[in-house]
Design a protein around this ligand. Structure first.
Ligand SMILES: [Zn+2]
Length: 392
């Protein structure tokens, strides 16, 4: 067990039969027990009960037991770039700086800071992650930690390379395409076909920057010139008069195993397309605010039937990788969202996004005996969720 400054304790139970009691138990955002206990055995939740246990139990106190948090989109390999990039000179400038500074830092520093970021994630109760890595150095760092989730090896450009995928209970290895405007349609389709074969999630940044939308709609502009200057022949790409979402939908990339990350520049039709496809969605509002000065329309996504999960992107564009902080930001900037919805975004929606809902996301029977205890007091269920999601 470890405790961080926000009084969050992470409990990963052994095989023994144990009873864990607390003032509140959040099974999921709409099923909350006041004064109850979890019964666990063989590393799984056997049941959740009301009242005081009659047998010997571990009494955590008046606070709350709840599912661990899920961060569905982060780039651990950029952790060494924390506070070192200018965010107010446009996205293209930010990407240029990022590549130069990452190169200058060297592998050892990148690894050291990624390891530190992993320790912080575990300590703060963010036990499931979807990590995006282009350099391939994060896989072993996550495997050596108690984090679970999916390591996505990310590709861009047009070279189709052999790649490793594997579905596991603890950490799965999958693939990601960087974005519709940076990655050839042939490569995107090849990556998606490969992850589909293993039933693994496939991740892609979609509709994040104005450059991306402009290029895919107009087939010209700064981004078109940039690709041409890099020797990337995009003449055969089926773009023009399309949005990033309609472009990847036409390509057949949208289905329940795809994670569309960001969706910042989208119209109603795009959101309806996403909802119909049942593709998973990850939003990273703090990163979007810092890099692009705007926020995704989460309320509209939910109205269209989408269940977004939360990501933080990297420490190069966001202050922390902690989903407690992301939930607090959402609570502050989206007054139309209730705390229960925000809590689901940080837990069960994230678990579904990464395809680990069988193991985590709620504290219901059969899920992994892995949960958080947060020391706080609350007067009722609404107050409880409000306190958790505001990260007071
Ligand atoms: Zn990202």
């Amino acid at each position: 067990m470890t405790m961080n400054e926000k009084n969050v304790v992470c409990i990963q139970s052994s095989d023994a039969r144990e009873l864990h009691r607390a003032g509140w138990i959040i099974i999921d955002s709409s099923t909350i027990i006041e004064n109850g206990y979890l019964e666990i055995k063989n590393g799984s939740i056997l049941g959740v009960h009301k009242g005081m246990p009659k047998e010997r139990s571990i009494d955590h106190g008046p606070g709350v037991l709840m599912p661990p948090l899920v961060n569905t989109h982060l780039h651990l390999e950029l952790s060494a770039l924390k506070n070192s990039l200018t965010v107010d000179k446009g996205f293209a400038f930010w990407v240029k700086q990022l590549l130069e500074k990452r190169e200058a830092l060297g592998e050892e520093k990148l690894i050291k800071e990624a390891q530190k970021a992993v320790r912080d994630l575990v300590k703060s109760g963010n036990l499931y992650v979807g990590d995006i890595s282009t350099l391939g150095m994060i896989k072993s760092i996550i495997e050596d930690s108690t984090l679970n989730g999916v390591c996505f090896h990310e590709f861009l450009g047009s070279d189709i390379q052999p790649s490793f995928t594997q579905k596991n209970d603890a950490v799965s290895f999958s693939l990601a395409g960087h974005a519709p405007h940076t990655t050839s349609p042939q490569l995107l389709s090849a990556l998606k076909n490969r992850t589909d074969l293993d039933g693994l999630p496939f991740s892609i940044h979609v509709a994040e920057s104005d450059d991306e939308s402009k290029f895919i709609y107009d087939k010209k502009g700064g981004w078109a010139d940039f690709l041409t200057s890099r020797g990337i022949d995009w003449a055969s790409w089926n773009i023009g008069l399309k949005t990033p979402v309609s472009y990847i939908a036409d390509m057949g990339l949208l289905d329940p195993l795809t994670i569309a990350v960001h969706l910042l520049n989208v119209n109603d039709k795009d959101l309806e397309t996403i909802a119909r496809s049942k593709a998973k969605v990850c939003v990273c509002p703090r990163s979007n605010k810092n890099l692009h000065g705007k926020l995704p329309d989460i309320e509209k996504m939910i109205k269209k039937g989408i269940k977004p999960s939360l990501g933080t992107d990297s420490l190069a564009s966001c202050d922390s990788l902690n989903v407690f902080d992301e939930m607090a930001f959402v609570q502050k900037h989206y007054p139309g969202l209730d705390p229960a919805t925000i809590f689901s975004m940080g837990t069960i929606n994230g678990a579904r996004t990464l395809g680990v809902e069988r193991l985590t996301g709620t504290l219901s029977k059969g899920k992994r005996a892995q949960f958080l205890y947060q020391s706080l007091t609350a007067t009722n269920q609404k107050d409880l969720l409000e306190r958790i999601t505001s990260n007071e």
